[in-house]
Design a protein around this ligand. Structure first.
Ligand SMILES: Cc1ncc(COP(=O)(O)O)c(C=O)c1O
Length: 482
């Protein structure tokens, strides 16, 4: 092949990669040297000649040559020209390239994390994806106003900087006030940590409080996100059955180090932890010195009266607290806000601040500031009132539609709130029915996946909150085809 065509071919080989022309030329020359197509001491065409062959400007070719000289690929001397200086790989380097790459090896902790499986939420609110709020009903205009006001305000630049690992004081104040008033918590802003998600809270608590082999009681069925966080820390998960009064503590056996609970609205059964069980668990925590995690993930959305006050507020004032309270804005505002919070006993504040700073520093400052304004100016309460009304109607509609259009094979379970209902399926039918629903364009998260032990119930979680009435009707119509 004549030389000008060779140069053109080398150059065009790199042409698709979206690089600038100078970078393209550098890349093709480097690659030709690595492949041995250009050998050491070979003379390159003068920049004027190459520019003409490749239809480039001479300045571009000069710049590419200068770049390759700086990288050690070319040697240039005035009056003599540009020569390949690259000597190929040494024989050791060639051997190393040929050798089989060492297999990717994860640590034991890494293997545990992967074995637990991911806990991703659906990115599109397909019917009936569970746990999604209605984002189309979010007051975006108000949010935009508050955000602009903050950014344009006197502290605007400060919001672009690094922040407090524990969270902005104004947001912690707003959260503490909201929780004291609406959930009966006994806390002040000092005990609040602002985080990215409840999942982060669970990870932080698992890494700070659990050693390998520590026993953790888990509600059965229960929340996978919590199970994966504790399993990743090497904990021994003990599934504890849930009945109509919530988690049913075993009468005997070793005490746990930690108990994970969703007391106001058990996930996924929807039952509330009874007063008697609450007292029993608080007593156990005090005597055995174990931690109680209270994940209050959706208490904002109770439709038949108010939820029971939080377990956290039932602790005796004079005793050191044992309850670690978690809440999230993922449902009450919107999931991509990535803001959640944890209320902890005072002795855990300092260790958690350190652990959080080591993990990811802090939560986004602007989002925290706007959320604080949204709460303190009354928009949060108004938004919740509206959403509660909307979701209550949607839940009623879904239950009515299911009752009138879907046969007796699907049995919705009673529930006082939340963004989804649980419905039982005939035993052994879950996989087949889920596959049929998927073919009809429906997402029906399975109940059996929420059990740790071998005894499972077949069923679905059916999200309704994110769907308009017309979408609920259309989705149930599809379901009825099964
Ligand atoms: C029991 C429970 N806790 C926590 C969460 C999620 O909260 P976050 O998005 O803040 O991790 C969910 C989400 O569905 C949940 O069901």
């Amino acid at each position: 092949m004549d030389k000008p065509r060779l140069w053109l071919q080398l150059f065009e080989r790199e042409a698709q990669q979206g690089l600038g022309r100078r970078e393209q030329l550098c890349a093709s020359l480097r690659q030709a040297m690595h492949k041995g197509e250009l050998r050491q001491a070979e003379r390159l065409p003068a920049s004027r000649v190459l520019a003409k062959d490749l239809n480039l400007s001479r300045v571009t070719v000069e710049a590419a040559y200068a770049q390759l000289e700086a990288e050690g690929y070319l040697r240039r001397s005035v009056g003599q020209g540009s020569f390949v200086a690259f000597n190929g790989f040494t024989s050791e380097q060639r051997q190393a390239k040929l050798a089989v790459a060492a297999p990717l090896s994860l640590s034991e902790r890494g293997q545990r994390i992967v074995a637990g499986g991911s806990c991703e939420d659906p990115q599109l609110p397909l019917p009936f994806a569970a746990g999604s709020p209605d984002l189309r009903a979010f007051p975006v205009q108000r949010w935009r106003q508050l955000q602009a006001r903050r950014l344009n305000g006197p502290q605007g630049h400060q919001l672009l900087g690094y922040g407090d690992p524990q969270g902005r004081a104004e947001l912690r104040e707003a959260i503490a006030g909201y929780l004291r008033q609406s959930r009966g918590l006994r806390c002040d802003a000092e005990q609040v940590l602002v985080l990215t998600s409840s999942q982060q809270a669970l990870q932080l608590l698992a890494s700070l409080l659990l050693d390998e082999g520590d026993r953790v009681w888990m509600e059965e069925p229960g929340y996978r996100g919590a199970a994966t966080a504790f399993a990743a820390a090497g904990a021994l998960l003990q599934p504890v059955p849930v009945d109509q009064q919530g988690l049913q503590p075993p009468g005997e056996g070793p005490s746990p180090k930690l108990i994970y609970l969703t007391p106001s609205h058990q996930y996924p059964s929807g039952v509330a932890l009874s007063l008697q069980r609450r007292l029993q668990l608080l007593d156990l925590a005090k005597r055995a010195g174990c931690w109680l995690i209270e994940d209050d993930y959706d208490s904002e959305f109770h439709y038949d009266g108010r939820p029971m006050p939080a377990l956290q507020g039932m602790q005796a004032e004079q005793e050191p607290g044992r309850v670690l309270y978690l809440g999230t804005f993922s449902k009450a505002l919107f999931p991509s806000l990535r803001l959640a919070y944890m209320v902890v006993p005072r002795e855990l504040i300092a260790p958690l601040r350190v652990a959080r700073s080591v993990q990811d520093g802090h939560s986004a400052q602007l989002a925290q500031a706007v959320t604080a304004d949204f709460i303190s100016q009354g928009h949060f309460a108004a938004h919740l009132r509206l959403m509660r009304q909307l979701y209550r109607q949607r839940r009623e509609l879904l239950l009515n539609e299911l009752q009138s259009k879907v046969g007796g094979w699907l049995r919705p379970q009673p529930s006082v709130g939340g963004l989804q209902i649980t419905a039982l399926l005939p035993p052994g039918e879950e996989l087949r029915l889920t596959q049929r629903a998927a073919r009809l364009g429906l997402l029906t998260p399975v109940l059996s996946g929420l059990y740790l032990g071998p005894l499972k119930q077949d069923g679905w979680l059916l999200g309704f909150a994110a769907l308009t009435p017309a979408e609920i009707q259309a989705a149930v119509k599809q379901l009825a085809k099964i």
